[in-house]
Design a protein around this ligand. Structure first.
Ligand SMILES: Cc1cc2nc3c(=O)[nH]c(=O)nc-3n(C[C@H](O)[C@H](O)[C@H](O)COP(=O)(O)OP(=O)(O)OC[C@H]3O[C@@H](n4cnc5c(N)ncnc54)[C@H](O)[C@@H]3O)c2cc1C
Length: 379
């Protein structure tokens, strides 16, 4: 029996002998970490699996996002085609769409709160030329969807005069982000995965596979030991691996009061090349994004509200979404994403029995589960 150092926390004999050693330790309890724990435990039912999460809830992007079950709007895909070839774009979209179908199959639409209302992109005057490329994008995506993905949506949805037309994507949907995380938590519980929250991993000893945790309980430090370690800390990975090529990107979201009139649309709405997104939740507007208005300030792992970005989103709400009407904002929050030079996550074996899946970008709802599956295969 190895007694691990307890750094003054005065762990009891019972704690030391029962709580500190696991076959797999997962660091980070967001979509990727929880999905990795589940998929590993399904493959190795007898293995002991621990998830260490520094927040009381997962505290990165997974509980803060907009819940779009999306795979790229028309202008986002056209942007991608500027830097990637058609085959690469097809495989990016395919991965996202397959990921969404995988979570729908594993958890079920009603558990996820999945609603197939479609995706809509608002096209402004200077984006109209992009419509000339709609047929090209549809034919690139034909091998996956067999039908045209993008089409002009004719109905007037009451948007402001800046919106010249709306493009519909019938294959997109939306889900309830909290329900998705709850489903992951529930499945972890059913499988016997242990989750400790308030457990901030400060240091890793890769050779010994020891994980030093600052305990939220009494400010002491506890060392856990894993047979294997999976690192799923997304935007916060640099605190453990400073050399990683990861740029954090903060995203702002706000939600209005319940509106006194019925919002005449439902679905996942994209604006400004996907940098702005909004949806109707129980007749309230959820609106988020705008990082492109201040990339420099949003390159941070600190949660917070950038007034410049908030003003930009408010102006879109008042001029574009509900022209001439200004609903009260009732809630606002931010979440932290992770970006890099391209849109692929970093998925790698760091050392023997230590693997890492981070940098999920703005599509982790779509690709998180599958990325975790690929991570588990690295062991
Ligand atoms: C505002 C916003 C809107 C978004 N909208 C969408 C969308 O509509 N559709 C979509 O597909 N994606 C969207 N995303 C992206 C998506 O949410 C992320 O890609 C996904 O949640 C990433 O999951 P993750 O598990 O890798 O990271 P995270 O959810 O960030 O999880 C990492 C976890 O690790 C924990 N952690 C970090 N460091 C440590 C440590 N040292 N010790 C212990 N724990 C640690 C953190 O607390 C965190 O809970 C959005 C993101 C944001 C912020």
């Amino acid at each position: 029996m190895i007694f691990l150092q307890d750094h003054g926390t005065m762990l009891s004999f019972w704690e030391q002998t029962n709580f500190l050693k696991y076959d797999l330790i997962v660091i980070g309890g967001g979509i990727v970490g929880l999905s990795a724990a589940i998929q590993y435990k399904k493959k190795q039912p007898k293995a002991s699996v621990l998830v260490l999460e520094r927040g009381l809830f997962p505290t990165g992007a997974s509980t803060k996002n907009a819940g779009f079950a999306c795979f790229g709007s028309l202008t986002e895909i056209l942007d991608d085609l500027e830097v990637l070839d058609e085959g690469e774009v097809l495989s990016l979209v395919e991965k996202r769409y397959r990921g969404l179908n995988a979570i729908r199959e594993v958890f079920g639409d009603s558990v996820l709160g999945y609603q197939p209302f479609g995706g809509f992109e608002l096209i402004t005057e200077n984006e109209l030329f992009q419509l000339d490329n709609m047929d090209r994008v549809n034919s690139i995506l034909e091998p996956i969807f067999k039908k045209p993905v993008f089409e002009i949506f004719k109905k007037d949805l009451g948007f402001g005069p800046k919106v010249k037309t709306v493009v519909k994507n019938k294959f997109e949907g939306e889900l309830n982000t909290g329900s998705f995380l709850n489903a992951l938590w529930t499945m972890c519980g059913e499988l016997g995965v242990k989750i400790l929250t308030g457990a901030n991993v400060e240091k890793l000893d890769l050779a010994q596979k020891e994980v030093l945790v600052l305990s939220g309980n009494n400010g002491g430090r506890i060392t856990f030991k894993g047979g294997k370690i999976a690192i799923c800390t997304n935007a916060f990975t640099k605190s453990l691996f400073p050399e990683m090529d990861i740029s954090p990107g903060r995203g702002l979201v706000f939600m209005t009061e319940t509106l006194p009139f019925a919002i005449p649309w439902q679905g996942s709405f994209h604006y400004d090349k996907g940098y702005v997104y909004f949806r109707n939740i129980d007749n309230r507007l959820l609106l988020g994004g705008g990082r492109n208005q201040d990339f420099k300030a949003e390159n941070t792992t600190e949660f917070g509200v950038n007034p410049k970005i908030k003003d930009y989103l408010v102006s879109i709400m008042e001029d574009v979404i509900f022209p001439g009407y200004s609903p009260k904002i009732e809630m606002e929050w931010s979440g932290i994403m992770a970006f890099g030079p391209d849109k692929r996550p970093i998925l790698e074996k760091v050392s023997e029995d230590v693997v890492l899946a981070v940098r999920l970008g703005g599509m982790g709802v779509a690709i998180g589960w599958d990325t975790a599956g690929a991570l588990v295969k690295l062991f």
